[in-house]
Design a protein. Structure first.
Length: 224
């Protein structure tokens, strides 16, 4: 397998696809392409690299799969023993629903708080729309943990597909100084301490300085 990624510092969808590849238990290669560069433009236009022109793209036995949710489903089908989704029907229905809600929703949070795993903005001011997104996410995390996650540290006990979908939100909460309490806070700590997230953030810190996108910090300064 090979997975095509954007900067690990910034690319939230790449993080989800990469976590799915890790969950599969299979060896894989990575190609990290810096966003907003001539190299990105070249690779994004090559259907042999990114058929959709977007990341993440997974190549598995010569088959291309893009969009992180599709990559999760593809690998869950091929490696059904790897615990992507809960085995309990009610838990699985809830997990798929909140994963789909993440994929389609929370527009205000995405726009105001782009992922930057290396930055931290204390006392960041959230807009009303972003605050509503945060409250909805915290409610979903708390319900998943209280109903289905008591046998482990993650949303449904063991780390799985729903956690992959929400891992970039955990990164955003840390960056933009969002501090939930209770079950949501414990869940955040579990994700941040997961070895795969630690590995991802360490790799982000090693990326070249000329991969930095100043616009992210400039946007954050508006709400400091």
């Amino acid at each position: 397998m090979k997975i095509i990624l954007g900067n690990k510092r910034y690319s939230s969808w790449s993080l989800r696809g990469w976590l799915a590849a890790k969950q599969s238990g299979q060896a894989f290669d990575e190609m990290v392409i810096p966003l907003r560069t001539p190299e990105w433009q070249e690779k994004a236009a090559d259907p042999n690299v990114m058929p959709s022109g977007r990341v993440p793209t997974l190549w598995d036995d010569g088959i291309a799969v893009w969009e992180s949710s599709a990559i999760i489903d593809w690998l869950a089908e091929r490696h059904a023993d790897r615990g992507f989704w809960p085995t309990d029907e009610a838990a699985r229905a809830f997990a798929r629903s909140i994963a789909a809600e993440m994929h389609a929703g929370f527009t205000s949070l995405r726009q105001q708080c782009p992922m930057d795993v290396l930055a931290h903005y204390p006392s960041y001011r959230l807009t009303d729309g972003t605050q509503l997104d945060v409250e909805r996410i915290v409610a979903l995390w708390s319900e998943a943990r209280s109903r289905f996650g008591r046998n482990g540290d993650f949303l449904f006990g063991d780390f799985g597909a729903a956690d992959m979908m929400y891992a970039p939100i955990v990164m955003r909460f840390r960056t933009y100084d969002v501090k939930p309490s209770g079950e949501a806070q414990a869940y955040m700590h579990a994700v941040l301490d997961h070895p795969w997230l630690v590995e991802w953030c360490a790799a982000a810190a090693e990326e070249p300085a000329d991969w930095i996108i100043p616009a992210y910090a400039e946007q954050a300064a508006q709400y400091a």
